[in-house]
Design a protein around this ligand. Structure first.
Ligand code: FCB
Length: 444
């Protein structure tokens, strides 16, 4: 099973999850520092202070990446390293770290793919309302512009936001993520300002980045299936699709929020923060879509669950250590649907992977065969989507190495590479060696 010759095989990480060095070289506080220091928010009270200490060990990490034949590395910039207060004066030491990282990637011929926002908003901006404050969108565009000016010619692929759905709804409605609000109307407002900030950052990109560079956004999309034929379940599935997928895809690709969801959210109060002209900004043409895919969503209408992941449907597929159903075939459905409903543009899988309770065995190895089976299944579905005409250009496995899995702390291991946090020793798992062979053969 061969992939197209120019297919990009990559791995992904994000700043707060791996860098550590939380107070080094003038880095400012982020909402994830604050959140993880708040008792009860993260399992075992863990935080990203040390994480994988990638800030100091990036040379070793990139050497390992190169030895596996990885072609592209998706990482994120930590906004509070660049602007410790969110705006104002650039922290040159923060810039220098990424300069060193990008230089070493170039040495190995690994193409950087950079995410501007992977959830670590500077706390000073949160103190002024964070994503509930429209100004944050403009500050994001300024931050983005500073990075385009610095690294525009070195980074071919730029991603404005990672999963604005999570930032908006897990951050402001369920409270599972920073900043930990539990306020549904606020979460919708946050989603609008996140999208607006994306559009503004795309405008800034067109103004200052070299023409050869590409910009897009990464969404966590899930194909939604109704649990039954019943009208109520079908309606619930449609709503879940609106909540998870269409609320983001429609404004980006059609320049309008979906009418059914506007009506739905308006029950909680007017959406009067959507100002004239905002949707034109949000719909500014991009060069690709990043898709993070983990699982499907099966939906049953239950009175208890108003609009978040509608519960009451027992999983039928095998589960990962996150309790997420393993449903590789649904990836094909998802990609084909995006093409059919939103257009024939280039897509990258910017994240896909699985957590399993990996253990180092007596010979010092990690036999993570379930992860190999997981990835094999998803690669096959990706190839099927390509055969069906989807312009899928690349695939970034989440994650290069085990790391801080947000509210789950260090209890969930997603890496191709095992991290022994006590010693910071890295051990490539069986899946890393398998992935190396997939890349070398450009297929399965
Ligand atoms: C995604 C996040 C990523 C990681 C994976 C497991 O939602 O973008 O940081 O936590 O899930």
């Amino acid at each position: 099973m061969q992939f197209p010759g120019d297919f990009v095989w990559g791995v992904a990480t994000s700043a707060y999850q791996i860098e550590g060095a939380a107070k080094a070289d003038g880095r400012g506080e982020s909402i994830w520092d604050r959140f993880s220091y708040t008792p009860g928010k993260v399992v075992n009270g863990e935080n990203g202070d040390a994480a994988c200490d990638h800030y100091h060990r990036y040379e070793e990490d990139l050497r390992l990446m190169a030895s596996l034949g990885i072609r592209s590395y998706r990482f994120s910039f930590a906004w509070p390293r660049i602007f410790p207060d969110g705006t104002g004066q650039v922290n040159s030491k923060g810039m220098d770290f990424y300069r060193r990282l990008i230089e070493q990637l170039a040495l190995y011929g690994i193409k950087p793919a950079a995410t501007l926002y992977h959830w670590d908003l500077p706390q000073t901006l949160q103190d002024k309302g964070g994503w509930l404050n429209r100004d944050t969108a403009y500050q994001f565009a300024d931050y983005a512009e500073a990075l385009y000016r610095e690294f525009g010619s070195e980074i071919p692929l730029w991603i404005t936001h990672n999963e604005p759905w999570c930032a908006a709804f897990l951050g402001h409605a369920t409270g599972d993520h920073a900043p930990g609000l539990k306020d549904k109307p606020a979460s919708v407002k946050a989603s609008h300002h996140l999208l607006l900030s994306h559009g503004l950052a795309v405008q800034a990109f067109r103004a200052v980045a070299p023409a050869s560079a590409r910009v897009g956004i990464t969404l966590n999309l899930a194909p939604v299936y109704a649990a039954s034929e019943s009208e109520a379940d079908q309606a619930a599935a449609r709503r879940q699709d609106g909540f998870q997928n269409r609320w983001f895809l429609d404004p980006l690709y059609r320049g309008a929020y979906p009418a059914d969801m506007v009506a739905y959210y308006s029950q909680w109060g007017p959406l009067d923060y959507i100002q004239p002209g905002d949707l034109e900004v949000i719909a500014a043409p991009t060069d690709f879509l990043g898709v993070n895919y983990y699982s499907r969503s099966v939906v049953k209408d239950t009175p208890a669950s108003e609009y978040l992941q509608l519960d009451g449907v027992p999983p039928t597929a095998p589960l990962t250590d996150m309790g997420w159903e393993i449903t590789p075939e649904c990836l094909t459905d998802l990609l084909v649907r995006v093409k059919k409903d939103y257009g024939d543009f280039p897509i990258y899988i910017t994240e896909n992977g699985a957590a399993f309770p990996d253990k180092v065995n007596d010979s010092g190895e990690i036999d993570d065969s379930p992860r190999i089976a997981f990835l094999r299944g998803h690669f096959k579905s990706a190839l099927k989507a390509i055969e069906l005409g989807v312009r899928l250009k690349g695939y970034y496995v989440w994650s290069f190495m085990d790391n801080f899995e947000w509210a789950h702390g260090y209890t969930k291991r997603f890496g191709l590479v095992y991290v022994d946090y006590a010693t910071q020793r890295r051990i490539p798992k069986k899946s890393a060696l398998w992935y190396r062979d997939v890349i070398a053969r450009n297929g399965l």
